[in-house]
Design a protein around this ligand. Structure first.
Ligand code: ZN
Ligand code: ZN
Length: 276
């Protein structure tokens, strides 16, 4: 029987040429393969191997979910795709906190860049942030209660025998909601419901992410997004009159701002892709 460690090393070797490529199916398959080794190592109570398997499994899941998010965009499920990207962002953060396979540090870093680039293409700027008072919080590893005076030796966010230590909140009081632009959790985006808004407006609002998804062969071919400004022709704003607030958001009236310029200054995204 081959030991878990050897199996894991073999799989790692096979994957070395695959980072930032493949397909959703490929990474579903590889995630399952690592998962089997992970489960076996945990059962065998082999912390070294469990931790390595946890790391490799999480990197595979990140690849799988970046492809899955791209598929959701193709299906016009933009908000679901956004939420999945956030899960990848959180997983990558956990990998950075637990650099168990050091050789994969660069891979993790570049995955984080990919996620950040794609997040820029979504029209989400305002979020809801719930506020709680936490009364009881327990360690997910040993079930010990955390208080200001006591607690176990497990560090939150660290991996033990392949298991991530988290604070489990068992008693909390909801106080209220805040509207924020820099949220702790990105899934609670404020936007009109799809039904109220209508399909056309929904698609228009997501036109940039839609455009990128349709035109790029895979999520890894987008190399960057430059946020710039361009002057859009006045003809694009046929109903604008002198006294209207200028669309460039300067705060001045159109007549006193962009009207005398060659065009109206508007935000513009430039996508950087692989050279063909
Ligand atoms: Zn503990
Ligand atoms: Zn202006």
């Amino acid at each position: 029987m081959i030991a878990n460690k050897e199996k894991l090393d073999q799989l790692y070797g096979e994957l070395e040429q695959s980072w930032h490529s493949g397909s959703e199916e490929f990474w579903v398959f590889k995630t399952n393969e690592v998962n089997k080794i992970f489960a076996a190592a945990q059962t065998a109570n082999d912390p070294g191997c469990s931790n390595r398997a946890w790391f490799l499994k999480t990197v595979c899941e990140c690849h799988r979910d970046i492809f899955a998010s791209s598929r959701l965009n193709q299906e016009k499920e933009f908000t679901k795709a956004w939420c999945l990207l956030e899960r990848v962002e959180i997983s990558l953060f956990q990998l950075k906190r637990n650099p168990i396979i050091e050789e994969l540090e660069n891979t993790v870093m570049s995955l984080a860049v990919v996620v950040e680039i794609w997040q820029k293409l979504y029209p989400y700027r305002v979020f809801i942030s719930p506020e709680f008072v936490v009364r009881t919080i327990k360690c997910s590893i040993c079930d010990e209660k955390f208080t200001p005076w006591t607690g176990c030796d497990h560090e939150k966010g660290k991996v033990y025998n392949g298991e991530l230590c988290a604070g489990l909140i068992s008693d909390a009081q909801f106080i209220g909601m805040a509207v924020v632009t820099d949220p702790v959790q990105k899934y609670s985006v404020m936007q009109p419901s799809r039904g109220d808004e209508g399909e056309e407006a929904y698609l228009h609002r997501h036109r940039i992410i839609d455009y990128a998804t349709i035109n790029l062969p895979d999520p890894f071919s987008l190399k960057g997004v430059l946020e710039t400004e361009v002057r859009e022709p006045h003809s694009k704003f046929p109903n604008l009159i002198e006294n209207d607030v200028c669309p460039c958001k300067s705060g001045r009236s159109y007549g006193e701002c962009c009207k005398v310029k060659s065009g109206i200054l508007m935000p513009h995204l430039r996508m950087l892709v692989d050279e063909v």
